[in-house]
Every structure is written in C-alpha cells, then in structure tokens.
Design a protein around this ligand. Structure first.
Ligand code: AMP
Ligand code: MG
Length: 500
C-alpha cells in the first residue's frame, strides 16, 4: 500500500516562492507567528509582473492557479516564518495601546534586483491574534482600490507600498452587506510604523524601543549609524522623509484619509490606503473619508498632522536621545521644529516644478498661492488646470477655462509669464518638463468606484483599463481619455469608506 497520498505529494512539489525571515528574527514579543487562513476558491484577479521581476521572485511562466495559491496564503512560501506585527497607535488623536496586524500577515522578505530588501505582506488573509472583533478579511473593493492607488503613487514617483497581487478568495465577507473577499499582496521596504514604536514605549519597554530603532537604522537609514547621536539622526531622517512625502501628496492632490500614527510608516512610504481620495476640483479643506467628521485629515491639514504624528514618534525615542529628560525633550523639540521649514521647502520645490520654474525667487510662493486661491474660487480641477498650464507653457495663449473672464486670472497669467521670462529654458523644453511633472491621469475617485462596482459583478475590464493606463500617468492616451476627465456632477464621489 502506498504510504503517501498522491495529493499531499503533489502539494509538496507545487511551486512556491522562497523568502527569507526578516522581522521574524526580532524578539518574540514583536509579533505573533501564524499561517494564513485558507481561501476556498482563490482566483488571480491582478498580478504585477513587472514588480515580480524586480523582486526576482522566479514566478515567470507560472500558471495562474499557482500564483493564486501562493498569493491567497493557501500555499506558504518556503524559508520564512509568517508573522503578524504588534503595534499601537493614535487613532484620530486617541491613543490605542494595542492594534497590530489584525488582517495582515508578513510573509517574509527578499532582496530585489537593486539590492534593496523588500517585505511581502498579505492583507486580508484571515484573523490573527491582533484581530480584536474583526474577521481578518478584506473585501474586494478596498483591495482593488489599494492596488490602483498605490501603483499610481509609484508611477507618479511618490514613495509607496506596492501592489504585487490581488486574489479573490471565493469567500464572502460580511460588511454592511455581503461582499466578495480578496487578498492583496503588498510590498514595502518596511512595515514599521510610528505606532510600532508607540507599542513598546507605552509598555515602558525601553529595550524593545532600542532594538526596533537599531533595526530601522540598519534597514532604512544606515547613514544614521555613523552620526554622533544615531537615534537623533533617525528622528531627523524620519522627519525629512515625511516632510518630503506629504509635500509630494499635496502636489498631486492626494488625501490619505486616515493619517493615524499606525498608518504612518517610518520608511516614508505611503501606507494603508483606506478611504483615500484625489482632489477633483481644488478645495484646500476637502475631506472624503466618511469617518473623518471633523476634517482632522483634510487635504491641507496633512502637513500639521504629519508633524503631530512625528511628535508622537519623538516621544517614544526620548530615553534614547538623552539620559536627562529635559535635555531629551529639548533635543526632540529642536528636531521637530525643522518639520515646517522642510515641508515648505519640499512643497515649494514641487509647486515650482509644476509651474515650470527651475530657479527660485522670493515671490514664487505667492505666485503659487494666488493660483490655488483662483482654483478654489472657480472650482478648477486640480489635475486638468496644471496640465493646461503645461500645454500653454509651450507658447500657447492664456487658457480661458475654467477661469472664464476673471480679470484676477489675467493678472496671475501676466505675472506667471513675466516670471517665466526670467527662466533660461526654451518654452518647448519647459512644456516637455511640465508634462512629465503634472500627471495627465490620476486615479479619479469615480473611476475607482466604477471599477469596483463592475468587479463585484464579475467584470474586471474597467479595473484592467484603469490599471494599464495608470502605469503611464503622464502620457496622453486617446483611448483612455474618458478616464482622465473630471467627473460630471452626478458622478462625483462625495464620501469614501474604509470598507474594513
Ligand atoms: P486600518 O484601518 O488599516 O488603519 O486598521 C486599523 C486597525 O484595525 C489595525 O489594527 C487593523 O489590523 C485592524 N483591522 C482593520 N480591519 C480589520 C479586519 N477586517 N479584521 C481584523 N482587524 C482589522
Ligand atoms: Mg492601518
């Protein structure tokens, strides 16, 4: 009689990816070890082949069924120990001492083609010891939204977690209504959040804070090791990364939606896409998230919120900054005071580039502010307006839309033209550069919603079309023109939801 069952034997030889342990080498109280829950009928609905190649995962030529088995969590990778991470966080200003990966599982890590370590994480693969009341699952909609938006952010050149795979599970998840379940595989340099530091600091576990800080320095900010005070250098590096990141968000009209400290990665990668949105018409106080009733995370409020989160990060590092508490606070406060000027500098650099300015003049900030005021007054579409200005920079006349005959816009236009005259670049060159800076296509909220609604009915064509077009968001593609257009009034998305 045969002693091995044929199925078990097949499964043993079934292809899977090979990953290394990374975070799972840290002390046991940093995470829980576990496997993913089984998906009953996994089906591949999106796979990022270009990213898989960069990661050198060796999956080229695999059958879709094998990709679906691995990236649903049904077939574990070889060589690593999957873990769900411990973290805490301030949610809308209130401290929650224990959150953790309630619906995520860090599979392990790999070294990509460029020699960088990249972590692979499943999102929505089942409950973990950190799930609290939740089911550990993800619905199809939020998985597709994160896939589209995180990949668009990457295509814009903005640091972000990436989307490697989306798999539908064949299981139903219960939200306000029953929804198809799905699992997203995301890739990041690190999943350590401000809230990870808070988890240990809140328990008075200084040893763990130091271990975590050393880990982050080694992984993400190796230059800090050589600094006179490595932990101050770490704080400084994270402040810089966030100042730059939030400036980049504003420059494409992005609203994260839930900038809780558990949703801020110390790597400076955009992480945890929930009720995020992009501005259609410019509105500084825009809020889309249905749970953000007071506008804490409104578009223009993101820089001060980032600074607030960084202050919470600095607090966790205080014992490492100086043995004397008052001196540590003074050091941290000085570092934090650099956030606003750093943010301003990054923001102005981005906005100058958007307006085709290579050189810096003292009045440039005012020029940008006046344009934004006009855009707000005329409900001008953020993306379309900058794109029109880019085309106009080649020597075309003043665009009439959407400012109609507002003489203030005429004045602004004259000031911009006078300012451009003091730049060296030719109009053609300037236009070309502006067209590489100002995206033609953003993941419009209404198009994302339409793609999700279609996918829920089994039609993935709109998702595919959006995904393909967003990979080259600066190229004007006639066939994708409808995706670039602002929503008609009846198409406007007024609120976004977490969907968790
Ligand atoms: P997020 O909305 O991603 O910022 O998540 C906030 C916290 O809630 C994290 O600790 C998540 O792991 C947890 N969470 C969110 N959705 C679920 C879910 N469906 N099941 C279990 N935990 C969840
Ligand atoms: Mg989160």
């Amino acid at each position: 009689m045969a002693t091995t069952e044929p199925c078990a034997d097949l499964e043993r030889h079934a292809p899977t990816i090979v990953l290394a342990d990374g975070y799972a080498r840290l002390p046991e109280h940093f995470y829980s070890r576990l496997g993913a829950a089984a998906a009953s009928a996994p089906r591949l609905i999106g796979f990022n082949h270009a990213l898989a190649e960069q990661l050198e995962l060796g999956v080229a030529g695999w059958r879709e069924a094998d990709l679906a088995a691995v990236f649903s969590g049904n077939r574990p990778p070889r060589g690593s120990q999957p873990v769900a991470l411990a973290y805490a966080g301030h949610q809308f200003g209130h401290f929650v001492p224990q959150l953790g990966d309630g619906r995520a599982l860090l599979l392990g890590e790999t070294v990509d083609r460029h020699g960088s370590r990249r972590e692979l994480q499943l999102k929505g693969s089942g409950p973990t010891p950190w799930s609290r009341g939740g089911d550990g699952r993800a619905a199809l909609g939020p998985v597709l939204r994160e896939y589209l938006v995180s990949e668009a952010m990457h295509a814009f050149g903005i640091p972000s977690t990436r989307a490697l795979a989306a798999v539908s599970t064949g299981d139903i998840v219960l939200r306000e209504r029953p929804l198809p379940g799905a699992v997203l595989t995301r890739v990041a340099g690190s999943h350590v959040r401000v809230g990870t530091f808070q988890y240990f600091a809140a328990r008075g576990d200084l040893e763990a804070v130091r271990t975590l800080a050393d880990w982050v320095i080694e992984r993400l900010y190796p230059d800090a090791r050589a600094a006179a005070s490595p932990y101050l250098a770490l704080l400084d590096a994270v402040i810089e990364a966030q100042a730059r990141l939030v400036a980049q968000w504003l420059a494409v009209g992005f609203i994260h939606g839930v900038m809780n400290t558990d949703n801020m990665a110390v790597s400076g990668e955009t992480i945890d896409y929930g009720p995020c949105a992009f501005l259609d018409h410019y509105q500084a106080e825009a809020v889309f998230s249905s749970i953000d009733r007071r506008g804490r995370y409104a578009y223009a409020n993101q820089p001060p919120v980032a600074q607030w989160n960084l202050a919470r990060f600095a607090e966790t590092l205080l014992p490492l900054l100086h043995s004397d508490r008052a001196s540590a606070v003074a050091v941290a406060e000085e570092a934090l005071s650099s956030f606003a000027p750093r943010f301003e500098a990054h923001w102005l650099a981005r906005m100058r580039a958007k307006l085709g300015l290579d050189t810096a003049e003292a009045e440039d900030g005012g020029l940008v502010e006046r344009l934004l005021e006009l855009m707000q007054r005329h409900q001008a579409d953020f993306t379309v307006t900058f794109r029109r200005l880019a085309h106009a920079a080649a020597g075309g006349g003043m665009p009439r839309e959407p400012f109609a005959d507002d003489p203030s816009f005429g004045e602004w236009w004259s000031a911009w033209q006078a300012r451009l005259a003091r730049e060296r670049r030719s109009p053609e060159e300037r236009c070309a550069r502006m067209l590489r800076t100002n995206p033609w296509l953003i993941p419009r909220n209404h198009r994302i919603e339409q793609a999700i609604a279609a996918a829920e009915k089994g039609d993935y064509a709109p998702f595919e079309a959006l995904r393909a077009a967003l990979a080259q968001p600066f190229d004007e593609v006639v066939a994708a023109a409808a995706l670039a257009e602002p929503p008609r009034p009846e198409e406007r998305v007024l609120a976004t939801f977490c969907g968790t």
